[in-house]
Design a protein around this ligand. Structure first.
Ligand code: FES
Length: 105
């Protein structure tokens, strides 16, 4: 499946992702800027914050209470904010577009 990352300078990077990978893992493997994923996807660091494209947001499972709490503490959260470690690549998400945040700390 394809995942596209929109970088801070506006450039897009389209990546081939394996089903079942998290978007955080995809980003880290590709060296996408500002997606860090320090905790390895256990929802304890918040450094995988990203902004999901508005057309994709409602295709994702709703965030858990814990995810929402972590997002509140991230840099410049907004209505499109999600933890990329909680987004699993799937057929339904083929073509997903996310933007990277300006910072994670
Ligand atoms: Fe740590 Fe997502 S990788 S919360």
């Amino acid at each position: 499946a394809k995942v596209t990352f929109i970088q801070l300078n506006g450039d897009t990077v389209m990546v081939d992702a394996e089903f079942g990978q998290s978007v955080m893992e995809v980003a880290v493997n590709e060296g996408i800027e500002n997606i860090i994923g320090e905790c390895g996807g256990t929802m304890s660091c918040g450094t995988c914050h990203c902004y999901v494209d508005k057309d994709w947001l409602n295709k994702l499972d709703s965030p858990s209470e814990l995810e929402l709490a972590i997002l509140e503490g991230s840099v410049e959260p907004n209505q499109f904010s999600r933890l990329s470690c909680q987004i699993r690549v799937s057929n339904a998400l083929d073509g997903l577009i996310v933007s990277v945040p300006s910072a994670q700390f």
